[in-house]
Design a protein around this ligand. Structure first.
Ligand code: HAM
Length: 509
């Protein structure tokens, strides 16, 4: 323990110049977590050797502080999280907070309000009978009260439940966003895992494609904020009414529509023959299958207009959406592609999916109009709704690939170090006053050498090191080192803590 005068004990400039200010950003190539050998790793920085050693149960290096005690253990627990799920240690959590901050910033820029709902919901909310993958992937079980429950695989049914719960009390239009964890028992591929976070923006009560245009504008704003361009990402857009019109032309009954959509959506995952086989099993005639699959190959609106006729609602809605996109200035991001039908049964109109133009990743986000979902939950009136879900996995892969993933650091304003055990209460008081004044303060809680304190403050990117030493304290002062200017001076405590707010008033019982 160091005692007495602090001034004059500063680390030499030579020592300081040897201290690393920050760890460089390294691309995350290998998965940090064993077990599944692939998947999204958020880290832009590699884990420290000490962290790796600690994880492996290695003893701390001499001089690094003996903070662990050997314990007798019969067997080591599995330190990996369940397959397909992730831990978020601080370095990954910083990145996640950055991403969610971008999601939230875009949503608030568009005037949306945030909501959330339980991760655990009634199973019936998610069970639909159209043969969707999402239903087959449910994490569902019976709780101790015998109720069938499920971890939400998506946020849309919970939103619909909330809208239904509010009924006529909900002022429309409502513009809500959410960022929540979703669970799907997926076959894991790059960017697909068993839990993911989804950013959703939904507009309730607007029947026109103005809603979809606004949602697409928000997605584009997000891409632009994180540094992506229309050369990196394209948003494929279609309208379920295209498929509906084709099916009607061929006399397919409307009841089969949702099921046909779910099957047709598998075209980019399954061989065409398999899709045809599933359509035949549903009773769709061979000539209809050819007509449907042919229509999905069109790539321009004029050809679609020629196929569906001048009165086509689908064509009119798509044209209007493109006009609005031109008004917003994001038409370069849009790609008309009728093969986009989406794998969820509830969509009724516009559908869209953002993809990397290189075509190497799964969908970055997807959404559309779903005007009849409330009716499937028992509502007597339909309420127009449109929205999108944007996962946290594929976007991180893409940003990493493009070198656009930031490496936000952990920073504090001040590091406060008592230089004698007897000065701990004094240092605690200074830390409290600085914190009340709005500064973030790391109070050193153990006996540490000055050299360690310097290194520690620099590692944290602190602006100041506040040293509480006996002699200065007796004069009502501390030593403040400005770590950017490499200057230090004795400062009266009153001056240092001048901006501190008074303690919060006790709340009345
Ligand atoms: P979705 O296409 O199933 O739509 O999911 C939306 C997005 O969530 C996907 O584009 C992807 O970014 C992400 N995602 C989905 N599953 C996984 C997974 N297993 N691992 C990682 N990311 C995943 C929906 O969920 C709709 N409820 C979206 C919506 C909101 N439509 C209207 N409002």
């Amino acid at each position: 323990m160091l005692r007495g005068e602090v001034c004059g004990r500063s680390a030499s400039a030579r020592t300081r110049s040897r201290l690393p200010f920050s760890s460089g950003s390294a691309r995350c190539k290998a998965p940090r977590h064993g077990g599944f050998g692939r998947g999204t790793c958020w880290s832009a920085t590699a884990p420290s050797a000490a962290a790796v050693a600690n994880e492996a149960g290695a003893p701390a290096k001499p001089g690094e502080g003996k903070v662990t005690q050997p314990v007798e253990r019969k067997g080591m627990i599995d330190t990996q999280p369940p397959r397909g799920t992730r831990d978020f240690p601080p370095e990954d959590m910083r990145l996640r907070n950055w991403l969610f901050g971008e999601f939230a910033a875009v949503s608030t820029a568009f005037g949306f309000e945030q909501f959330d709902a339980p991760v655990l919901e009634s199973e019936e909310l998610f069970v639909r009978k159209a043969g969707e993958e999402i239903t087959e992937q449910l994490y569902n079980f019976e709780d101790k009260g015998g109720r069938r429950v499920a971890l939400r695989p998506e946020l849309t049914p919970s939103l619909a439940r909330l809208v239904l719960q509010r009924g006529k009390q909900l002022p429309l239009p409502a513009k809500w966003f959410a960022i929540g964890q979703c669970w799907r028992y997926e076959r894991m591929t790059r960017g697909r895992r068993r839990e993911h976070y989804q950013w959703n923006m939904d507009i309730v009560g607007v029947p026109g494609v103005e809603a979809e245009a606004e949602l697409l504008a928000a997605i584009v704003m997000f891409f632009q904020r994180v540094g992506l361009t229309a050369a990196d990402v394209g948003i494929k857009v279609s309208n379920r009414k295209v498929l509906q019109s084709v099916l009607t032309q061929y006399g397919v009954p409307p009841e089969s529509f949702a099921k046909v959509c779910v099957i047709v959506d598998k075209l980019d995952k399954l061989p065409r023959e398999k899709v045809e086989e599933e359509l035949r099993a549903l009773g769709v005639a061979a000539s209809t299958i050819d007509g449907v699959l042919g229509a999905l190959q069109l790539r321009d609106l004029e050809a679609l207009a020629a196929l569906l006729g001048p009165e086509s609602e689908a064509v009119a809605e798509l044209r209007k959406l493109w006009e609005l996109a031109a008004g917003y200035g994001f038409q370069d991001w849009l790609v008309f592609d009728p093969s986009v039908v989406r794998g969820l049964a509830y969509y009724t109109g516009t559908v869209f999916e953002a993809r990397d133009r290189a075509g190497q990743l799964r969908a970055i986000c997807g959404g559309g109009r779903y005007d009849k979902l409330l009716a499937t939950f028992g509502a007597t009136d339909n309420t127009p709704m449109a929205g999108f879900g944007f996962g946290d996995a594929v976007i991180v892969e893409l940003l990493k690939e493009r070198g656009l993933l930031p490496a936000p650091g952990h920073r504090v304003d001040d590091v406060v170090v008592p230089l004698d055990g007897a000065l701990r209460p004094a240092a605690a008081g200074i830390a409290t006053a600085l914190r009340r004044g709005g500064r973030s303060v790391d109070l050193v809680l153990e006996a540490k050498k000055m050299k360690w304190a310097f290194k520690h403050a620099e590692k944290l990117g602190a602006a100041r090191l506040v040293l509480v030493g006996t002699s200065e304290w007796e004069r009502g002062a501390v030593v403040v080192k400005d770590l950017a200017k490499f200057e230090q001076k004795e400062m009266p405590v009153a001056e240092l803590t001048a901006g501190a707010a008074p303690p919060p008033a006790a709340t009345a019982a």
